[in-house]
Design a protein around this ligand. Structure first.
Ligand code: SAM
Ligand code: SF4
Length: 326
């Protein structure tokens, strides 16, 4: 399917739950956010029907995210059923990694193709502060190692934050030195809670990395369907990426839409523009009617975000990142 700017949309990010076992400082308030009621969350059969409809419309890549996708029961079965759908080429997942070691083999067997694990620090105390949990860093590092050893396409997501982890970005990047993984630095985005002054943008990030790792050669080998640009420091087996959603917006090549746990099809990360698909599913609209709703909504996909232009504030989404899924 195409939007009115001619962009081909073949990637759907599905937030399967708003619940999370972490409380990361950039994502949630300390006490979490009020839970979406159980009845309001799409049941698996509803979700699967919508994903099949999307696949028939041309979606090829599915990413499961959250909240924390691994806290939703039945995830392995969900992956298996998506995997069996005609048209779906890849299923990936973004996770904090904590529960991944116990699920990894089953998820891979069910057809998961790649996993992104979030990790913002290698220091235990700092990890506890950022995630507002206690003692979980070793388990997340294990998850990264096990995911890579299992043969899954493995990436690490790190939100770069001034005054928080900017003194160890090269150490985090070095996780890719002896392993064929991609370590990606994400620019802090003003979604939900945000500390603008903590954001570090691409050019500064690359300078910081170069000062410790030396020259960075662009690495054209693709590691996914996203907008990360990768580099290979000298002697690295894996690569180091930057996702510069803020400073170098990649909206002209945007290939994605998102679905929240309640079944809201969200057309742009920043804007509250889209269509509620839960009611149509629950009101028993036909597949064709739902397809028409989806295609009609695509016409309203914004041309680009305006995160850096605070004057343009119409229709801005106030959802926290944990409801959107990144
Ligand atoms: N719980 C899973 C996890 O943490 O990987 C999946 C959901 S989380 C919302 C998805 C990604 O969004 C994570 O990599 C997280 O670091 C990132 N994220 C959350 N809030 C962010 C923000 N304000 N700016 C940039 N990235 C953010
Ligand atoms: Fe949970 Fe992921 Fe948000 Fe951290 S970033 S609080 S792990 S949803």
């Amino acid at each position: 399917m195409k939007d009115r700017y001619g962009r081909v949309i073949d990637y759907l990010r599905v937030s399967v739950t708003d619940r999370c076992n972490f409380r990361c400082v950039y994502c949630m308030p300390p006490d979490g956010i009020p839970s979406v009621s159980h009845d309001d969350i799409l049941r698996y059969e509803e979700l699967l029907r919508l994903i099949r409809i999307f696949a028939e419309l041309g979606i090829k890549h599915i990413r499961l995210t959250g909240g924390e996708p691994t806290v939703r029961r039945g995830l392995v079965k969900l992956v298996r059923e998506i995997h069996d759908m005609p048209g779906i080429e890849t299923i990936s997942m973004t996770t904090n990694g904590f529960l991944l070691p116990t699920l990894l083999d089953d998820l891979k067997d069910a057809g998961l193709s790649s996993v992104n694990i979030s990790l913002d620090t290698l220091k235990e105390e700092r990890f506890d502060e950022i995630t507002r949990t206690q003692g979980n860093l070793p388990q997340v590092l294990d998850a990264i190692r096990l995911a890579e050893e299992s043969g899954l396409n493995t990436k690490v997501n790190c939100v770069a934050m001034r005054g928080v982890n900017d003194d160890e970005l090269a150490d985090i990047a070095s996780l890719a030195k002896d392993r064929d993984i991609g370590v990606r630095f994400i620019e802090y985005m003003p979604i939900g809670k945000h500390d603008y002054e903590q954001a570090i943008y691409k050019d500064e990030l690359l300078d910081l990395l170069r000062s410790s790792l030396g020259e960075l050669t662009e690495d054209p080998s693709p590691r996914g369907n996203g907008p990360a640009v990768y580099y290979k420091p000298e002697g690295f087996q894996g690569s180091v990426g930057v996702i510069s959603a803020m400073s170098h917006a990649f909206c002209d090549t945007c290939n994605r839409v998102r679905m929240t746990p309640e079944g809201f099809l969200k057309l742009c990360l920043q804007y509250d523009v889209g269509v509620n698909l839960r009611s149509p599913v629950r009101q028993d609209l036909t597949d064709d009617q739902i397809k028409q709703l989806i295609l009609a909504s695509l016409d309203r996909k914004p041309e680009h975000h305006t995160f850096l232009d605070y004057a343009e504030k119409q229709d801005i989404d106030t959802r926290d990142m944990s409801l959107i899924g990144g």
